[in-house]
Design a protein around this ligand. Structure first.
Ligand SMILES: *Cc1c(COP(=O)(O)O)cnc(C)c1O
Length: 430
């Protein structure tokens, strides 16, 4: 199948519900004229020649959505799909979750919100990053809900409403900084900021939010302190006439511990089947709900070359590995440019025939070598699993996101979002 390199015109809609996409370029127009926002195109399955791919299990995604809804215990669930749905492909993930009854979505960027609308998503979408450039019109035109914490936001959206093109009021969520020192109105400024809404009858505060810095920490002290400040800010805002029907604070960690759930929760990681609190020996918190999550992404490649080398021969850049015995080395078609962290050099494992083989030498940009000396029967084109489970003639094993993060010295969020756009996503119904 050939692909059309032409950018779609703004009036064009992506063809209906092909499961893989997220690949089209999108356009944004702001009030001053035409500004085009081009999104880089991700490798699509039909142009993938290399056997490296990320498989996205839509059944697991639906399962996690159900578990998260159960844990939310009546609070609305707005799934966080920033950074291309944590690397899973936001459009296909959003369509699946919308059908599974998730109440809304959160993204970081306006561009990400537009991508979901273009994918046919009609549920509420909250744009959390707070950067709108001059594209206030575009936010309202796409029926996105902006997060506001700055006078310039109020002015920008009020003005857009005054244009008359988007009804007579716009819903916004107000963000309060209760301890992240990142975004949001400082607690000391919250009364004054709240009072200024009196100047903007065009704006309706439909949500109050804050973000937690330490929801995955052993101790809940920081979380409790932030929630206390959030309550105080809510009271202060009420006194100046700002009363939101919906308050939200919980990310995955808070939700899984049954803390800070309020009226709505914003889980990202948990939706993709990874728990941010699994490394805690005994997560404290009210958390009585035992939630079972299923990892959604599996990343696989193949053995593309095989050789037998003598003891002492060098493997890879910098000759960082020299075996002490005669060894069989397999080359896998995935490297650090695909998102396999270079910190896994001489450190991680890859599954072949259902068993672990050690990564040997430095990981290259496009390839990785593994030692398969102890795995009988390895052949060219054998599947090599970098993330997820494998059943093979020699056994069954799994490489979790947690394992990769720990070995690479990073966090699980980074492992998922680093799987690069060179790796095509394939959507699977189990
Ligand atoms: C990313 C993000 C979340 C989701 O966090 P997870 O730990 O992935 O559940 C929630 N709220 C905000 C503001 C975020 O930026």
């Amino acid at each position: 199948m050939s692909t059309n390199p032409r950018d779609p015109l703004p009036s064009e809609r992506p063809s209906r519900a092909t499961l893989e996409d997220g690949s089209a370029s999108e356009s944004v127009f702001d009030s001053s004229g035409a500004i085009r926002v081009m999104k880089p195109r991700r490798a699509a399955p039909h142009d993938a020649v290399r056997p490296t791919r990320a498989e996205i299990n839509l059944g697991a995604l639906r399962h996690n959505a159900m578990e998260v809804k159960r844990a939310a215990n009546g609070a609305k669930v707005w799934a966080v799909l920033k950074a291309d749905g944590y690397g899973h492909g936001a459009p296909a993930v959003a369509r699946t979750l919308e059908r599974a009854g998730v109440d809304g979505f959160c993204v970081a960027l306006l561009e990400e919100g537009i991508e979901l609308r273009e994918a046919g998503i009609s549920a509420p979408i909250l744009v959390m990053g707070g950067y709108y450039g001059r594209a206030y019109d575009e936010v309202l035109h796409r029926k996105l809900i902006p997060v506001v914490y700055d006078q310039a936001h109020l002015e920008g959206f009020a003005q857009a409403v005054r244009s008359g093109k988007f009804g007579n009021q716009a819903a916004v969520h107000l963000k309060v900084d209760t301890g992240m020192s990142r975004l949001g109105v400082r607690c000391t400024d919250v009364s004054a900021f709240g009072a200024s809404f009196a100047n903007y009858p065009e704006l309706r505060v439909s949500g109050l939010m804050t973000h937690l810095a330490c929801a995955d920490a052993e101790s809940l002290e920081s979380l409790s302190e932030q929630m206390l400040r959030f309550d105080e800010a809510t009271t202060a805002l009420g006194r100046v006439g700002v009363r939101a029907p919906m308050r939200h604070a919980a990310n995955s960690a808070a939700l899984l511990r049954n803390e800070a759930c309020l009226d709505m929760v914003r889980p990202g990681l948990a939706i993709f089947g990874v728990s941010p609190v699994s490394r805690l020996a005994a997560p404290t918190g009210k958390g009585a709900t035992a939630v079972r999550l299923a990892q959604v992404m599996r990343v696989r490649s193949e053995v593309i070359s095989l050789r037998d080398i003598d003891a002492g021969e060098a493997v890879g850049y910098g000759s960082l590995f020299r075996p002490v015995r005669k060894s069989r080395i397999a080359t896998i078609a995935m490297g650090y440019a695909d998102g396999l962290s270079r910190s896994l050099s001489n450190n991680g494992s890859i599954l072949v025939r259902g068993k672990r083989a050690s990564i040997v030498g430095a990981i290259s940009m496009d390839m990785t070598m593994i030692d398969v000396t102890d795995l009988p029967g390895v052949e060219l084109r054998d599947e090599a699993v970098v993330l997820g489970s494998q059943d093979g003639p020699l056994g069954r094993d799994v490489i979790t996101v947690d394992e990769l993060a720990e070995r690479a010295g990073t966090i699980v969020w980074e492992v998922l979002t680093h799987i690069s756009r060179r790796v095509p996503r394939f959507y699977r119904e189990p």
